[in-house]
Design a protein around this ligand. Sequence first.
Ligand code: B12
Length: 160
Amino acid sequence: MNDWGFNQVALVLRKCSLMHNDIIKDYRIVLGVIGDDIHVVGNRIIQLALEESGFHVFNLRTRNRPEHFCQAALETNADVVMVSSLNGEGEYWCSDFRQQFINIGLGDIILYVGGNIVVGNRPQDEVVTLFKQYGFDRVYHQKPDISAIITDLCKDLKNG
Ligand code: B12
């Protein structure tokens, strides 16, 4: 378990909100956990942090296939899709993730993945390279710092 108490999470939420409120307006994010993974705590925390920061979040929660993310992105006109995998199924389900978005005409959408995204212990660099090959713009393997994630997101949205 990450060694965060509720007070620390609350502090991060407040920090994100103060840092980013002025630049985030009307961006839409589809968020969900991929595969048959039932780990939902991080998903919920990310949703709260993003909403506190002013983003419009569509949370698919657990048990999603790649096509569920595609469909939701189409329906909501999303700017960003964020995928969680904690039990490591991500490696299997994400291998053609970008391609699936290209197939439906959303090839330019911003794609993030995070959590504990492969099975077992593998070097951070190897995991990041693998998921970048799958088409993700940002890969956060075992990196729980939500404030840093939102800072990256603001940069990516600003750069179009
Ligand atoms: C709680 C827990 C459970 C609970 C889940 C309850 C629930 N409904 O959520 C229960 C007991 C049910 C469970 C079950 C299982 N679990 Co479990 N579980 C955990 C545990 C201890 C904590 C997860 C958690 O909630 N963390 C707190 C949240 C806040 O942190 P987080 O999820 O990491 O999310 C943060 C970041 O990762 C990041 N993040 C997450 N997603 C994303 C997405 C994006 C886009 C970004 C940018 C960032 C990001 O931001 C979040 C906030 O900081 C972890 C161990 C650990 N230390 O993480 C194991 C762990 C995830 N579980 C594990 C396993 C193996 C299982 C089981 C398969 C066990 C089994 N044999 O049955 C099952 C899974 C069944 C399934 N179908 O998925 C393994 C996965 C190993 C792997 N990947 O190789 C872990 C890592 C334990 C371990 N060390 O072996 N588990």
